[in-house]
Design a protein around this ligand. Sequence first.
Ligand code: ADP
Length: 445
Amino acid sequence: MFGKVLIANRGEIALRVVRSCKELGIKSVAVYSDVDRESLHVAFADESVCIGPADSGKSYRNIKNIIAAAEIAQADAIHPGYGFLAENAEFARICEECGFTFIGPSSEHIEIMGNKSTAKKTMHKLGVPVVPGSDGPVKTINEGLELAKEIGFPVIIKASAGGGGKGMRIAGNDITFRNNFDLARGEAGQAFGNDEVYVEKYIESPRHIEVQVFGDHYGNALHFFERECSIQRRHQKLLEEAPSLGVSDKLRRRMGDISVAAVKALKYRNAGTVEYLLDKNGNFYFMEMNTRIQVEHPVTEMLTGIDLVKLQLSVAAGEEFSLKQKDIKMQGHAMECRINAEDSVTFRPFPGTITAYNAPGGYGVRVDSGAYNDYRVLPNYDSMIAKLIVLGKNRTEAIAIMRRALDEFIIHGINTSIPLHKKITEHFAFVDGTFSTDFIERYFA
Ligand code: ADP
């Protein structure tokens, strides 16, 4: 096992990794930007190194500074968390070249999956069902239009390099397709520095279901069931749960088997998430694969009782799985609310100082957060400030625990998404579980 791990991230996920390192007896090194000096991940890590100014391009995304910090601290390995450099193939390669184990998949796998259009092609070849659409990037409006007519409207134009719900446009007919094609390309170029787009069938009212997978260095692959992520706003997840009410035991086995087979065929190692859309008829289609630990990983940890970050560390250190698929069991129902610092009307980020903070506790409750009393939510970074995760013996109990935990969650000084989560968890369509990805748009717009 590693002696020392540097965590190339901030906030709750950096703290999350520090915690697993501590329990495994691994020394942790936090990195921080000027403005993050007072952060919990810095306070609780064994060592810390300042890597630059607030602008993440100059600090958390600055490969040179992070490698220099790892050298100064004499770390053995680097955990990238999620976001920032987590899915940057070049960063993974440089880590390895400089003698630091990258805690994640190989740079080749990050590269393949980083381009959504290439990822789709790759998975299709491996026998994973994919959303009908272009077999690779679409270069011109006419090429796109022809394809759209073939697969049938509505279609969705998506950025190959897209992520975080950005770079997607829906077209219902020729005219909207013409209007949206160049817009999508322009947006993709602006946001991702790559204007390549592809086109696929727009699945109406699907569920977003993802499968947590893992591979080790010995060709073994496991899945940890699904997560239901259909409660989204502008294609961004707000609340996740597992298991999904939309997935039967039989479907769960099929989705798990197909995902594991792909991981094996790819010789993929470490944690990954295979994202699917599930239509009303129970058909599922691959959308993309995320080659990192996800924000919502605690849902799966609570459901299965397995620490996925510890598993990431042990796989990266070259250990073989000590688990078999049959050892992984669902132990109730888990749910997570993402607590964002946001304006309740515009949903824009709401930075500011937290003047009073009380995190909920009690049976079945877990809070992953870097926030505390007097903590300043900075405008420079992501607005998610806490994750509230609960485990109940069934879904009804999980919802009851979540509601009372939301009531106990006090954050003053800034606006947060707590009131929205209270409404969601009270809503009849949420409670009866008949929702799809249009839930928020339909009931809360
Ligand atoms: P990102 O990487 O930006 O998160 P995804 O490809 O994961 O983008 O898609 C995000 C969300 O967009 C999905 O969860 C779903 O709600 C919606 N979406 C994406 N592709 C389609 C599609 N073909 N049909 C319907 N909805 C889609």
